[in-house]
Design a protein. Structure first.
Length: 668
């Protein structure tokens, strides 16, 4: 149903709603509230903490004429009163509000500034209480953009609730058997609940439905995959064994098993769509290289996709070293247009055996002559969308995706449900344990002195912090830290690396660090994935409390790659008990899988993957609800529905449409 068919939605409004990602009436129902306001709680404005957002019921007593600030911004000020306490609201650059504000009772919602008892609301949204009489109990707060107001979205969602039929695709017999509540009711309750308990029960019911659809889709897609394979691999086991001898080490049992799984799959009648997961440093690259060898030995081309330019450059070096007798191409972001053109032409003519690079490989004008295998390094940066794009580059190419973030089974069901999973459970021996410690403020100088000594002796260190610019006060920005460190340790050679630098510069800095031209790399989390610098033995993480355990574990995994003892120092900004308890888990555990499970328990899936990776669909889910329990319940329902032959064409159609829609999930 079109948006404009809904009561009260004009073309102009529909346009605004489309900006939220709502293309039709049904999708309006899927803007899930990010919070609920309790209209019955009358908060005394005096008691709200500085900078907290609050809903304030009060009386508007007067509006001042529009004035200009020093910086020539127009501003409007209104005077408010609550139980005899006088405060104000100010709006910048919204002079038209002056005409809209009349004396009377209002609800204001916004950030409260409390400067030594002088209270004001800055750019709050507001509604006359008259109109709010019909708002009872809890009112949803939607994630908004642009000129949309809460009331507009609330009304639009209300119209959609009345007009759009909501039907569960879970077979009715099963809904009855498991006493599932009505999905339509759940949608009503999630958008206008009368209690928090009702809202969360509704969210859980919707989540169950979502996961049911998604997991069904994966099951269908996976089932359909048992198509005959197109590319015939002629490589023999003996050739594979000979290839493994090129490495200066013997494969671990886990690596051997993974190679076996890949070989069996590539020489089976079925196409490979496999996730290779293993903790940081478990040696996934060697397995991927062996798979690539299987393809090129069989006369095909292979692609090696990396999520960042720095990693792509590193992998390019590894490819050239490992395959000295093959033609290796690198689609580098820093290549000139002419160079790229030449490379693409050679690739299309089949004169390149292995192509490495970043997302650039996915572009439409990159054509292979006989692509049989795609390797995606550090998969969690790619989505289903990219995977599908890759698959279109060849004739049903086999796909091997690698994830260094060990993902708990529940999540891998959701994110990689369409893939077969191989796990490398072990790590090469002889690797030093990394000593992890939390550094208290008073030990900071000692730590710097230690780093100065170690770097003078030829060791290297990383400093990682979260933000580029210091806009949040408590977060030390990377540039600030860089400047501070250079001043404090003038004899140490520092390099700076962050996401806003040009790709070419980033790659260059990484390479120089690897060559030992710098002692310390001060960086944002761009170094998070896959970077391998054996001489780096110290990892300092600033504001460690702001990261998930898995991410910290990943960062920690950047050191301890050589034969020397390595250290991870965690600096905690806001010193809270919970932050400490969390970091203690990191200190005591080196098992990435255990940390991932713990993370999930502590933070939920959205944060677990970081917003950058979550994409649109997952953001929906995150706003909605996440629990391991719901995913497992959905999984059981799906298995039962399939086993009992209850999966109708209708369910298939809905599920596949959902899967297709994941193609639109564009990351970053
Ligand atoms: P990850 O699984 O994190 O991608 P890598 O493939 O980068 O791990 O491997 C980490 C390091 O371990 C590399 O320097 C690699 O050469 C080395 N390595 C891999 N496999 C083995 C092995 N079986 N024995 C010893 N070292 C190994
Ligand atoms: Mg890796």
């Amino acid at each position: 149903m079109e948006l404009t068919k809904l009561k009260g939605i004009t073309e102009k409004r529909a346009k605004e709603l489309r900006k939220l990602g709502c293309d039709d009436a049904a999708s309006l129902l899927r803007i899930f509230p990010r919070a609920y306001l309790d209209m019955t709680a009358r908060i005394p404005v005096r008691e709200v903490f500085h900078n907290d957002a609050a809903l304030i019921a009060c009386t508007l007593t007067g509006v001042e004429p529009v004035r200009y600030t020093g910086g020539k911004r127009k501003f409007v000020r209104a005077w408010l009163e609550q139980d005899g306490f006088v405060f104000s609201a100010v709006w910048f650059n919204m002079p038209y509000l002056a005409g809209r504000l009349k004396e009377g009772e209002y609800l204001f919602y916004g950030r409260v500034q409390n400067r030594y008892g002088q209270v004001s609301l800055v750019n709050p949204s507001f509604e006359p209480i008259e109109r709010n009489k019909r708002l009872k109990g809890l009112v949803p707060v939607y994630p908004l953009k642009g000129v949309l107001t809460q009331r507009i979205v609330r009304d639009a969602v209300g119209s959609a609730l009345a007009a759009v039929p909501v039907v569960s695709v879970i077979p009715e017999a099963m809904q009855r058997k498991y006493g599932l509540s009505s999905l339509a009711e759940a949608y009503r309750h999630v958008h206008c609940p009368s209690t928090h308990a009702e809202a969360s029960a509704a969210a859980e019911r919707i989540a169950l439905e979502e996961y049911f659809v998604l997991l069904s889709a994966f099951k269908i897609v996976k089932g359909d995959r048992t198509e005959a394979r197109v590319n015939r691999y002629t490589v023999t086991e003996r050739q594979v064994a000979r290839f493994e001898k090129r490495f200066p080490f013997a494969f671990t049992a886990g690596q051997q098993a993974a190679v076996r799984a890949v070989y069996d799959n590539l020489t089976s009648p079925f196409r490979m769509n496999r996730l290779l997961q293993g903790d940081v440093g478990s040696g996934k690259t060697a397995v991927a290289l062996t798979a690539i060898d299987m393809a090129v030995e069989s006369g095909y081309q292979a692609a090696y996709l990396s999520p960042t330019e720095a990693l792509a450059a590193q992998n390019d070096a590894i490819l050239r070293r490992t395959f000295p007798d093959r033609r290796v191409g690198y689609l580098s972001g820093s290549a000139t247009a002419a160079e790229k053109r030449e490379l693409k032409a050679a690739l299309a003519r089949g004169e390149i055996d292995i192509l490495g690079g970043t997302h650039a490989i996915l572009q439409g004008d990159v054509k292979f002559a006989r692509l049989a295998l795609c390797v995606c390094d550090e998969q969690h940066r790619f989505g289903v969308a990219q995977r599908n794009l890759l698959s279109e580059k060849g004739d049903s190419p086999d796909v091997l995706v690698m994830s260094a973030t060990p993902i708990p089974r529940t999540l891998s069901l959701v994110f990689y449900g369409d893939l077969d999973v191989t796990t490398i459970p072990d790590k090469p021996k002889a690797r030093q344990e990394i000593s992890t410690s939390i550094i208290p403020e008073r030990k900071y100088n000692d730590m710097l002195a230690y780093i100065a000594r170690e770097t003078a002796a030829g060791k290297q260190a990383y400093f990682v912090c979260a933000k580029i610019d210091d806009d949040e006060g408590e977060v030390t920005s990377v540039t600030e830290l860089y400047d501070e460190l250079r001043m404090r340790l003038p004899n140490v050679r520092f390099a700076l690396l962050h996401g806003r630098m040009r790709e070419r510069d980033k790659t260059e800095v990484m390479a120089a660090f690897k060559r030992g031209e710098y002692d310390c790399l001060v960086s944002t989390t761009v170094i998070e994935v896959g970077i391998d610098v054996p001489a780096a033995t110290i990892m300092v993480i600033v504001n460690a409390e702001r990261y998930g355990l898995s991410q910290l574990h990943q960062l920690r995994g950047r050191v301890g790659r050589g034969s020397d003892k390595s250290y991870c120092f965690l600096l905690v900004g806001a010193d809270s008990e919970t932050a400490r308890a969390r970091l203690d888990v990191l200190r005591s555990t080196t098992d990435g899988f255990a940390l991932a499970e713990k993370d999930l328990e502590l933070r939920g899936s959205g944060d677990f993957l970081g917003t950058r990776q979550s994409g649109k669909f997952l953001t929906d889910i995150k706003n909605l609800h996440y629990s391991t329990d719901v995913i497992f319940r959905a999984k059981r329902l799906v298995d039962e529905a399939f086993a009992q032959g209850l999966v109708t064409d209708g369910i298939r159609a809905v599920a596949l449409r959902r899967y297709e829609s994941l193609k639109d999930v564009v990351l970053n």
